[in-house]
Design a protein around this ligand. Structure first.
Ligand SMILES: [Zn+2]
Ligand SMILES: [Zn+2]
Length: 271
């Protein structure tokens, strides 16, 4: 399977990189194509990379805006294209993309989209079931395992101020890509990345500068998790605009003995 970085900026869109979004595609005759997260601004480069109508599924690690907010844009793209929309949202014949996300995702996105509860931009009034016209929601939970095409997605509860999951994606050949989502160091994250062929891991914090715990990994802690998990390769991502990537990478290199790369928009990795 192939991983493409779409949005790699940490916590908010940065210069030259939008917020979290990653595409995973299989190389079968009928490929499975999923995205992990669709953060602020990421719908733009995503459309440069793939026809969003052809996604097999979307998996959201958690419901912070830098990981899910462009779902509101994709909702509009699915439902209100004038080619199909005739003023009645229930009859637009839209694409319904499966979405796997923490419980409450639909309500969260609905609140973000509509200006007033119960008021809709469409004539017939809106409620959160409007999002069912664009997406088919399934809750993820710790230990849950879902199949999207030929990919298996397992979710592991991690250490973040909101309900958040690391995602372990296994293809038909048994190759594994693990995505940390947002997390501090924890046993479940090590478990999620155990023996992964590629570990895409956030490193939003810097040692000796960001002292808060239970939110993000430093480069050092990301490297330590990758080493404990014996992942074959580490790709650091979600580094905010105010952080020098080389410092975070150096921290990780002090802990992890495998190859380390920094995620950049458009970069691809095949496992
Ligand atoms: Zn984040
Ligand atoms: Zn977060």
């Amino acid at each position: 399977m192939r991983l493409t970085a779409i949005g790699t900026a940490g916590s908010f869109p940065g210069r030259g990189a939008l917020a979290s979004c990653y595409l995973i595609e299989t190389d079968e005759d009928t490929p499975t194509r999923i995205i992990l997260d669709l953060g602020s601004g990421a719908l733009s480069p995503l459309q440069e990379t793939i026809d969003t109508d052809r996604l097999s599924g979307i998996v959201l690690s958690h419901l912070h805006p830098d990981h899910c907010m462009d779902m509101t844009g994709l909702y509009v793209k699915h439902c209100f294209n004038p080619k199909y929309f005739n003023g009645d949202i229930s009859d637009t014949g839209t694409i319904r993309t499966p979405v796997f996300a923490p419980a409450g995702a639909k309500e969260r996105l609905f609140r973000a989209y509509y200006t007033d509860p119960g008021k809709s931009p469409v004539a017939n009034g809106g409620d959160d079931s409007d999002f069912d016209h664009a997406f088919e929601f399934t809750d993820i939970d710790h230990g849950s395992r879902h199949q999207i095409g030929s990919l298996t997605i397992e979710s592991f509860l991690v250490d973040h101020p909101v309900e958040a999951y690391a995602l372990r994606i296994t293809d038909a050949a048994g190759k594994v890509i693990t995505y940390s989502g947002d997390s501090d160091e924890c046993e479940n994250l090590v478990e999620a990345a155990k023996g992964a062929d590629l570990f895409l891991c956030e490193a939003a914090f810097q040692e000796d500068r960001d002292t808060a715990r239970g939110i993000h990994l430093t480069g050092k802690r990301a490297g330590r998790v990758a080493q404990y998990a014996e992942a074959s390769a580490l790709v650091l991502t979600h580094i905010p605009a105010w952080t020098d990537c080389s410092i975070v990478r150096g921290e990780a290199a002090g802990e992890y003995r495998g190859p380390i790369e920094l995620a950049k928009p458009g970069a691809t990795w095949t496992v």
